[in-house]
Design a protein around this ligand. Structure first.
Ligand code: NAD
Length: 361
């Protein structure tokens, strides 16, 4: 089992170190190799995704990724910015399916800005298509400069497109995920989110998802416009089971869903290709405001490592153990600053990682 470890920038190095600690106490043999990515790679090699890093990622079964980015790179030409590393990895590895579970841990019900009864027991899965849509449309950005600011430009545009095979494969991923969840006691419903009332691309999306849905008669399918979905996520989030949507809507809705549970510091994510090779990372960014202070919450990254074991490394039992250990430290009342509330014990990044290791042992 070969894992490429790419900590990246900001809190990336701190949180990935804790996930590696956790992986190292499992009774499993991993080959882990670390490489620079993002701003750290730009500083050292002049590119956010050096050839050697990309090769390591492509040659591994899975990538454990921290986060990239810092405001100090905002003046660089767009292709050299840290965030391009993520796009490059997604594109080169063909990571088309992004899984973002939004699970509300009972111990953290009070950390959400929603009423406890709305989110208690919440466990939904957002599946975002990751390599198509307006983020990868052609042509895009006819402007006058490359530094991202374009003084004097009169207009800019990006095109939205999806091909039938792109929609079919993400729809299959969603229906299969719903089927697996149904076997574990969930409702067995896919909600496909679109904007078919306005956009041709999403009428097509809706038609293709409906067609694929016929192959899964055991799974209920409904369709929802994205504006309504954004509203329903805060009004009645537990009405969802699996949500599937395009790249841009998924980007926005998955961040919205992540905040339902209280802290973005708790939420893992997985991006998979058709061979189940995957990139696993927390849903949050590099948090430059708290980098180097030892206060970042490492649990999203530790839970991402659990997803990695389950989806790419075929080690579901080890993944279950990590998730149970995380529940245990929360039950013990340990909290990093982002999820802290009165009556609980505030701990730093390394202490939280150590507590998970102890619970595992
Ligand atoms: P962010 O997610 O980094 O931070 C938003 C807020 O959440 C900050 O106040 C931060 O302190 C807090 N936060 C995030 N993760 C936390 C954790 N684990 N524990 C405690 N608090 C946490 O988003 P941002 O500030 O908009 O972006 C910062 C940088 O990250 C930018 O350069 C952005 O481009 C980049 N970014 C990278 C990724 C990625 O690597 N996949 C994703 C999003 C943003």
């Amino acid at each position: 089992m070969k894992i490429a470890v790419l900590p990246g920038d900001g809190i990336g190095t701190e949180i990935v170190a804790e996930a590696v600690k956790v992986l190292n106490v499992l009774d499993l043999k991993f080959e882990m190799e670390t490489a620079l990515v993002g701003g750290a790679a730009f500083d050292a090699h002049g590119h956010p995704l050096p050839e050697a890093t990309l090769k390591l990622a492509m040659d591994s079964d899975a990538v454990l990724f921290g986060a990239v980015g810092d405001w100090k790179y905002d003046t660089l030409d767009r292709p050299l910015r840290p965030e391009q590393a993520i796009l490059g990895l997604r594109k080169n590895m063909g990571l088309f399916a992004n899984f973002r579970p939004a699970i509300c841990y009972e111990q953290l019900v009070g950390a959400s800005s929603l009423k406890p009864e709305l989110i208690s027991g919440l466990d939904i899965l957002i599946i975002r298509e990751l390599t198509g849509d307006i983020y990868f449309g052609q042509p895009r950005g006819r402007r006058v400069a490359t530094d991202g600011h374009f003084p004097g430009a009169e207009e800019a545009f990006d095109t939205m497109r999806y091909s039938k095979p792109e929609i079919e494969r993400i729809a299959h991923v969603a229906f299969q995920a719903a089927r697996k969840r149904k076997a574990a006691g969930f409702e067995g419903r896919v909600t496909s989110v679109d904007k078919a009332n306005v956009l041709e691309t999403f009428q097509f999306w809706k038609d293709v998802v409906s067609e694929v849905g016929k192959e899964y008669p055991d799974i209920a399918l409904d369709h929802m416009y994205v504006d309504n979905a954004a509203m329903q996520l805060v009004k009645e989030p537990k009405r969802f089971d699996v949500v599937v949507t395009g790249n841009m809507f998924g980007d926005i809705l998955s961040d919205e869903a992540s905040m339902l549970t209280g802290s973005i510091g708790m939420l893992p994510s997985a991006s998979l290709n058709s061979k189940n090779q995957g990139l696993y990372e927390p849903s949050h960014g590099s948090a430059p405001d708290i980098a180097g202070k030892g206060v970042a919450n490492p649990l999203a990254t530790i839970l991402s490592a659990a997803m990695m074991l389950r989806f790419s490394l075929n080690q579901a039992a080890a993944a279950d153990r990590i998730e149970a250990a995380v529940q245990q430290v929360l039950a013990q009342g340990l909290r990093t600053g982002d999820i802290y509330s009165e009556g609980t014990t505030k701990v730093g990044t390394a202490q939280m990682g150590d507590a998970v290791v102890k619970a595992l042992r």
